[in-house]
Design a protein around this ligand. Structure first.
Ligand code: IPE
Ligand code: IPE
Ligand code: MG
Length: 243
């Protein structure tokens, strides 16, 4: 599949390096149409694909999508099952996009999935490991607090084995034990769907992210909406605590 470059909405050097998106509003989108929530997830998955291709075309280097949180297991079984099947389909589909040279990284706890899905996640990460055009973080069974707790466990193990001194635990070292260790911090966090909260997504990585919220429900979020968020981002003054 060809993906022709598209002129980005702002000069290239003003693009966010890492965009993170909370794909929210699928259920409400379906409800508004008198359809079951699962239909909203199907449309939301299509939006994910379109946006991924668009981000690639305008030259975004890192993009993370929040697909399923550690808290989303609380939903009814049939909804969870439907979302897992969509992941199976889209992971398979990713192989049709190899010419995009996009690297896929699972952000999340893979042990929570059925074995076949876990294998699919492992395979896609292995098979795209050398790709360098864009890195896509797939946040599935993701919870930021669990991620940080997991990093703390790994570091504690190293200390226990005598391979690490507690005082050598720095911010950088902790970051190397997060699922995002191969990605830079988030520059722009986008949440469509009308809610203005972070819902346990990339808490550490968003320390200095710019936040962009909009009411558009995720299935309706298109390239124009992404452009709007990027243009808004380019207008912000980032100080990182300085002057
Ligand atoms: C986001 O849409 C997708 C997942 C959380 C899996 P929702 O399913 O949360 O949709 P709303 O927020 O109920 O509309
Ligand atoms: C956040 O959306 C998780 C994903 C989009 C995967 P939720 O719909 O689960 O968040 P809350 O419950 O509104 O905070
Ligand atoms: Mg929601």
């Amino acid at each position: 599949m060809a993906n022709k470059p598209i002129e980005p909405p702002v000069p290239k050097e003003m693009l966010p390096r890492h965009i993170a998106i909370v794909m929210d509003g699928n259920g409400r989108w379906a409800k508004k149409r008198g359809m079951p929530r699962g239909y909203g997830h199907v449309q939301g998955a299509r939006t994910f694909r379109r946006l991924l291709e668009y981000a690639h075309a305008i030259g975004i280097k890192y993009i993370s999508f929040y697909a399923f949180s550690t808290e989303n297991w609380r939903r009814p079984d049939d909804e969870v099952h439907g979302i897992m099947n969509l992941m199976r389909k889209y992971l398979k589909d990713a192989y049709n996009h190899f010419d995009l040279r996009t690297r896929f990284v699972l952000l999340g706890d893979e042990t929570g999935f059925e074995p076949d899905l876990m294998k699919q996640f492992e395979d896609i990460q292995k098979d795209t490991d050398d790709f360098e055009v864009m890195t896509v973080g797939l946040a599935a069974n993701y919870g930021s607090r669990r991620e940080i707790a997991h990093a703390a466990q790994e570091l504690a193990q190293l200390v226990k084995k005598g391979e690490l001194e507690p005082e050598d635990i720095t911010e950088e070292l902790l970051a190397q034990h997060l699922y995002t260790h191969e990605m830079p911090d988030v520059d722009l966090l986008i949440r469509p769907g009308g809610e203005q909260r972070i819902s346990n997504f990339l808490l550490w990585q968003c320390a200095y992210a710019e936040f962009y919220f909009c009411d558009t429900l995720w299935p309706d979020f298109d390239s124009k909406e992404l452009d709007k968020a990027i243009i808004e981002f380019a207008k912000r003054t980032r100080r990182f605590g300085g002057l």
